[in-house]
Design a protein around this ligand. Sequence first.
Ligand code: PAZ
Length: 379
Amino acid sequence: MEPRTPTEASDTLPEIKQNSYFDDNAPPKVLDSYRKLGKAFVSDHLQSGRRVVLVTSGGTTVPLENQTVRFIDNFSAGTRGATSAEYFLENGYAVIFLHRQYSLLPYSRHYSHSTNCFLDYMAEALNGEVMVNPEYQQKMLGVLRKYNAAKNENKLLLLSYTTINEYLWELKELAMLMRPLGPKALFYLAAAVSDFFLPKDRVSEHKIQSSDIKQPVTNGAPTSEPKGIASTASGKKLMIDLDPVPKFLKTLVDGWAPEGMIVSFKLETDPSLLVSKAHQALDKYSHHLVIGNLLSTRKFEVVFAAPEREEQWITVPVHRRVKSVTGARPNLSAKDWQTTEQEWLRGEQELEIESLIVPEVVKMHKEFIEKSQEIKAED
Ligand code: PAZ
């Protein structure tokens, strides 16, 4: 996993070629304020020489209407990103957490959502005051201390997006702000990003009317079909004509963050495709690491694919008595996975796979920084 020398990296920022995306799709309103926040955060950590990771987390939406009632979504809850962010903080990083609005956040994730509602951790004291149930106090105190430390030391910047368009603009902006960090910038792209989108000029302004798909009516007069939406001959079906999302990873590698280390995730559902797809992504984008995972086992195993290295599997203990494994993929039966999942759901398996993934990434990032420094010294 070699860093690229500054001469290999392009001096000018190449446009995302396909349909000049950023010319055609307007930036989100928050971009200016995010730029200010991001700039101040990066310059703070640049001064202290700290490594900074941009963690992306959660799914992106593809709105079907400008005044959005309906949208296409990705499944991600943001567990991978929020959990990884905590381990990066533990490893001394400052973290920019670019997440889908309302998805899981570092630290608060322990007490949110329906499976672990914060109210279940509370109790009423004899004097009528609300307190944390003594059973959970020790764990909560640990989480609270880490959360406060991250906040007080300005090590965690939370920025959100909802749509694919907001995601792309914010990623671009933050990556460019992180350029002064050189190889100390790490990109850990765990968000589930849509592969398809509806370009701005084809999004209908108002809610698509199911009764009028063929000939929508505005102010009593028939109008043409909403842009981007085509109907079948019967007029009953909604056909959505989506464009491919531009290959932003290539642009990130070549233009926005030529000196940083870039880690992407690859999600598949077919086990026979995972490794080859991870390698294909590496070949296509020439970045530094692809972490592959399957939808069904993503909490218990991942595979690392990096240039000129054997694949490395990371597996959490199968049946809580067995040690975790890194290296070759262990031969596990479906029943083993089932047992692991059940133990995890019952809260018996506490080890989070991100606690194994992040230190491996940190190790690779350290080597990457050292090599970059050697290359610079030789020049
Ligand atoms: O957010 P989560 O923990 O439910 O899921 C994480 C994940 C599967 C979205 C992530 O590990 C991942 O693979 N992200 C990249 C998805 C992709 O675009 O291929």
